[in-house]
Design a protein around this ligand. Structure first.
Ligand SMILES: Nc1ncnc2c1ncn2[C@@H]1O[C@H](COP(=O)(O)OP(=O)(O)O)[C@@H](O)[C@H]1O
Ligand code: SF4
Ligand SMILES: [Mg+2]
Length: 333
């Protein structure tokens, strides 16, 4: 029996906008095993959130076209109705968004927000839901959970709010948790606490996790594999150590060089990747990174490289002029 919980195959998500078509996800394929944590990294605007929302079946229906396949626990998400997906949200797949206030109702006590999920999705009665909600708040490290059950989101700090969102997302023990920049905007100490909490919960609940971030430091020690996205496509993917130390794609190198050092995240001067991420509505045929790449040749501007296997199993990259596959002992800075 396959242990793949998620199989994404040639997934395209295209928005129709006044400015034309925006190919936010342009042919993405990857899979995720049961109990695995994979990281998705890329600069802002590379399509990470759109990909996550497409996997959730959460896109608006009107101005978007989704093609390809997302098999989640053997069931197709692409083309499923919102009604069908509602059945699966919370139990099969849950998402934690960057800003906890987008997920929380500011005028509802936090306990009730968790209760509601339990009552609607698991059919729990009021008493049982309340008890479970308090248990969940305690599980995510909320001090005085019973007392805080009655708090409003605005009475909590950013870190505590994100714990509430995580408790809500995990209320029905989903098979897959997608955490989209779950710690962006929180201070470094709180970030580490939330990420450690996610690690612990993953073990306890036997979940698979997709951890999305623009910061490679976040995924360095917490994932088994990393997917690097640029302009809506996967440009490199492999075991975490291979992506860090044996990457072949210049964009991956640039991303590593612009990432705070893992051991010292707050005291490092960052090298910024020169140029801007591309405008996805005016993408041409070549490598999307070509205008910013110091190794770009004429061919790079004309033809798009497809993903090719590197030497290491499961490691793929898309580049006409890959970096030498020498073993690096430390990620570049
Ligand atoms: N509803 C939408 N309509 C049109 N374009 C969108 C919509 N949502 C996202 N996009 C575009 O899709 C691209 C990828 O966005 P996003 O997935 O949010 O990037 P990331 O999460 O990597 O920062 C961006 O160019 C964004 O402007
Ligand atoms: S294909 Fe060319 S432009 Fe693209 S990353 Fe490789 S060398 Fe740079
Ligand atoms: Mg995003």
């Amino acid at each position: 029996m396959s242990t793949q919980l998620l199989v994404v195959d040639d997934l395209h998500t295209t928005f129709r906008t006044a400015a034309g078509l925006v190919a936010a996800v342009g042919g993405v394929s990857f899979d995720l095993a049961t109990n695995e944590t994979v990281g998705i990294v890329g600069e802002s605007g590379s399509g990470k959130t759109v990909l996550a929302r497409t996997i959730m079946g959460l896109q608006p229906r009107s101005n978007v076209e989704v093609r390809g396949s997302v098999l989640l626990d053997g069931h197709q998400v692409v083309g499923a109705s919102e009604r069908e997906m509602r059945e699966r949200w919370a139990t099969d797949v849950s998402m934690v968004f960057q800003d906890p206030m987008t997920s929380l109702n500011p005028v509802m006590r936090i306990g009730r927000q968790i209760d509601e999920t339990l009552r609607v999705r698991l059919g729990m009665d009021k008493r049982a839901a309340r008890a479970r909600a308090i248990e969940l708040l305690a599980m995510v490290g909320m001090p005085s959970a019973e007392h805080r059950y009655r708090a409003y989101p605005t009475q909590l700090s950013g870190g505590m709010r994100q714990r509430v969102v995580i408790a809500t997302a995990l209320a029905c023990s989903p098979k897959l948790l997608i955490a989209d920049e779950p710690t962006t905007g929180l201070d470094v100490t709180i970030q580490a606490q939330i990420l450690n909490l996610l690690d612990d919960l993953k073990e306890q609940l036997h979940m698979s996790v997709i951890l999305i971030t623009h910061d490679l430091g976040v995924v360095a020690t917490r994932t088994s594999r990393i997917i690097v996205m640029y302009a809506g496509r996967i440009v490199e993917m492999g075991a975490t150590r291979d992506v860090f130390f044996r990457h072949r794609m210049p964009y991956t190198r640039a991303l590593l060089e612009s990432s705070p050092k893992v051991s010292n995240p707050s005291h490092t001067r960052l090298r910024v990747i020169p140029g801007r991420p591309p405008n996805l509505s005016t993408l041409t045929s070549g490598c999307a990174f070509a205008p910013r790449c110091s190794s770009a040749s004429e061919r790079c501007h004309q033809e798009r490289p497809s993903l090719e296997p590197a030497e290491e199993p499961g490691h793929v990259f898309a580049c006409w002029h890959p970096l030498a596959a020498t073993e690096l002992h430390e990620a570049p800075r």
